[in-house]
Design a protein around this ligand. Sequence first.
Ligand SMILES: [Zn+2]
Length: 143
Amino acid sequence: MAAIRSKNTKPELLIRRGLHARGFRFRLHDKVLPGTPDIILRRYSALIDVRGCFFHGHDCDRFRLPRTRREFWDEKISSNRERDIKITSEQLELGWRVAIVWECALRGPKKINLETVIDSLTQWLSSDEKIFEIRGLYQCSPP
Ligand SMILES: [Zn+2]
């Protein structure tokens, strides 16, 4: 399958810089792990995946199917979604904890202050929660 996951995207760099500034050290894009996670913090048994809302079909307003070739995109995004679910469960099964940071948390009108994003990641890292997700504002919990 073609590489739909682009590495070193701007949101990913923001997260890396933020964590680094707080003293966290990590590996990047470890191909040995399922899904080649973006950021690997072995000491915390933690993986951080920064996901683009379009290619990963996030249920937010940054994702909208293009008007042309709808069927193609629909199929592609659906298979990306399925793949993400499969990979996350494989990672959890291997004993990793997984944080997903959505692009809309870092970009666009609903973005969250970067320091706040890093704060919550830092808190999560020192917790024992298995899975954690950060997304754009006003959509955090259903009304
Ligand atoms: Zn999103």
